[in-house]
Design a protein around this ligand. Structure first.
Ligand code: M6R
Length: 613
């Protein structure tokens, strides 16, 4: 977690850094800080809370300088406080560091450095980096200051362990900003007479779309007009910059009050863009030829949070269309379970950011087993995409709101495209059946356009129920994961207790939490399970629940007879229906949170990318 940014150029760096931090706030917002090199000295400003607080504090000090670094924090080691905020300095106050990730051996190092006379000012793991560089500089006596700093950084990297990315400035090297990447994200933005270092592209996208994605173990030396990348052996390499096609407008709110709302409305376009890739030869994208697809014996899906729910839907798809057995694991669990060895396994990691530490750890385990690995991911150049054998990009544009919406529906869409492709390849689907399913998929974006029109109806209902202290979501089959996702969305942004269950399970325990007036949301499109969902409505209503039925055209009258409110979602095929059914639940979470005055885009305790285990 945490977001880091650095600027070196010809202009005052402060504005660039504060603006960049605002774009990185989705990575954490417990506290923030900047350090600017001004007239040979470091001026550091830090503030608890969001970047807006830091901005106010910085205005008071008004530092000026063409080299600076900044940080927005999601606390791991040490509470959110000014002392624990980054940037952190060494004893002399001449070396300053911003860091994302965890230094696992920091306690041992801290003890050793303390014994050598270093004085620590914070409880963080980060501070050891600054002191270690200071210590190592003492032992690199020869060479110019820039060479000495580089050597000290290289030595430091050998001594620290864990996943980390950091940026460092030394007052003795005013024309140099160093960045280090090791298992935490770090990208470089190449501008004209100015260069950037950041945890993610949106931090500098408004200034340049020329991006270098660093590899593990690399060090980058940034000067105003030059970028030098050293590989993990210290040898210079010449990576080719990537041109990012996301524009700044896509990454901004576009007139909506919150990114979450904008991103719900982005979904028709997001599906369209995701499917554009699926129209190409999907087998090729998978990195699998027909023979390899034909021979697959099992699929493992690995993901966290919302992406895990997309994986659960994907299981129904692959088993239905390709007839291949599928297991779906939370990435944090997959790493620790015994996996019976089986050849011809495809491991699929689903992740919006491609930086989720648990997912990356799990896919590495799958690789160790020799499984072929595929990422379904939204972020070009992310660690996951570089770890897997191949990637299917969801192309839904930057998702800024911590609560995932458009990434979720794009991930399910990708899973569907994958499942029917596998089914055609292994003969489980005839060409006629494939074509029919494919045509339905291509119509999805249009139906999504109709579905997002439901906002007003959902918003109206939330007036009545937003004060309830618990909410329940029920679904069956492909809509069961949607019940889980509806509950997660609501919990995340409104802090209300919410639970999702398979509707058939309710009588095995969960029904006991229903009281008079408890809102229960029933996902009940008109499919083979509609009758069963009608019974579940009756069971909940008999216990006093306020039942909201989410159905499709044709189911309205019957749903009305057993519920207090009916939402009608546009109809698509049975297997694609969950992609539309989640939309009213996204609006529901948004509007309940809004009525409760919650911080919708940056809910408490959360961060967009969970880059620590
Ligand atoms: O970037 P990822 O898709 O790997 O993130 C996984 C989860 O952390 C993420 O889906 C999380 O649950 C979201 N905040 C849900 O809205």
């Amino acid at each position: 977690m945490c977001g880091i940014i650095g600027y070196i150029g010809k202009k005052n760096s402060v504005g660039y850094i504060i603006d960049g931090l605002k774009k990185l706030e989705y990575r954490g917002y417990d506290s923030a800080g900047v350090s600017i090199l001004q007239d040979g000295k470091l001026v550091t400003v830090r503030a608890v809370g969001k970047v807006a607080e830091l901005e106010k504090a910085t205005l008071q000090v008004s530092p000026r300088g063409t080299l600076g670094i900044g940080h927005t924090r999601w606390a791991t080691h040490g509470k959110p406080s000014e002392e624990n905020s980054h940037p952190h300095t060494d004893c002399s106050g001449e070396i300053v560091v911003v860091h994302n990730g965890i230094i696992e051996n920091y306690l041992v190092l801290r003890e050793q450095l303390t014994a050598l006379g270093h004085r620590f000012k914070s409880e963080t793991d980060t501070e050891v980096i600054a002191h270690l560089i200071e210590e190592n500089l003492k032992h690199v006596r020869s060479g110019k200051e820039e060479e000495r700093l580089l050597k000290a950084v290289q030595k430091t990297n050998k001594e620290i362990s864990g996943a980390f990315a950091y940026g460092v400035i030394w007052t003795h090297t005013p024309d140099l900003l160093i960045g280090v990447k090791n298992q935490s994200p770090l990208v470089v933005g190449i501008g004209k007479d100015e260069n950037f270092l950041a945890s993610d592209v949106p931090a500098f996208l408004q200034h340049t779309n020329k991006v270098l994605f660093l590899e593990e173990g690399e060090i980058v030396l940034l000067r105003a007009g030059q970028v030098t990348v050293l590989d993990k052996n210290g040898d210079e390499k010449k990576p080719k910059p990537t041109k990012i096609s996301w524009d700044q407008k896509t990454a901004q709110k576009g007139g909506y009050d919150h990114f979450m709302l904008k991103e719900i409305y982005d979904q028709p376009q997001a599906l369209e863009d995701t499917l554009r890739t699926a129209r190409a030869d999907f087998g090729k994208i998978l990195g699998l030829d027909t023979t390899a697809m034909r021979g697959l014996k099992q699929v493992h899906i690995i993901a966290c949070g919302t992406a895990y729910h997309a994986g659960l839907v994907g299981k129904y798809y692959i088993e239905q269309f390709a007839g291949i057995p599928v297991s779906v694991d939370l990435a944090s669990e997959y790493k620790y379970r015994t996996i019976p060895h089986q050849t011809k396994t495809l491991a699929i990691a689903i992740s919006q950011s491609g930086e989720t530490a648990d997912t990356i750890g799990a896919i590495k385990k799958a690789k160790e087993f020799g499984f072929r690995t595929l990422a379904i991911c939204n972020v070009l150049g992310s660690t996951l995409t570089r770890t897997c054998d191949s990637t299917f990009f969801t192309h839904c544009g930057p998702e800024i709101s911590v609560a995932s919406t458009k990434a979720f529906t794009s991930q399910i869409t990708a899973m569907y495209a994958l499942a029917i492709t596998l089914g055609l390849a292994n003969g489980n689907l005839s060409k006629t059946a494939f074509d029919k399913l494919y045509r339905e998929l291509l119509r999805l974006s249009k139906s999504m356009g109709e579905t997002v029109k439901m906002e007003y109806t959902v918003r109206h209902l939330t007036r009545k129920i937003y004060k309830a202290d618990r909410f329940i979501f029920l679904g069956r089959h492909v809509n069961f994961p949607i019940a889980l996702e509806g509950a997660l969305k609501l919990k995340e942004v409104s802090y209300r207790a919410a639970e999702g269950f398979a509707a058939g399970e309710i009588k095995h325990g969960p029904i006991s939490i229903i009281e008079k007036g408890t809102p229960v949301f029933m996902l009940m499109p008109q499919d083979g399970l509609f009758e069963k969902m009608l019974s579940a409505c009756q069971e909940c209503r008999a216990r006093g629940a306020f039942v909201v039925a989410i159905t499709t055209p044709g189911g309205e009258a019957q749903a009305k007879s057993v519920s207090d409110k009916v939402f009608v979602v546009p109809q698509t095929s049975e297997f694609l229906q969950p992609i539309l059914n989640v939309v009213p639940l996204q609006f529901l979470a948004y509007w309940i949170a809004k009525r409760l005055g919650c911080d919708i885009d940056q809910p408490r305790n959360l961060a967009k990318s969970v880059t620590v285990e």
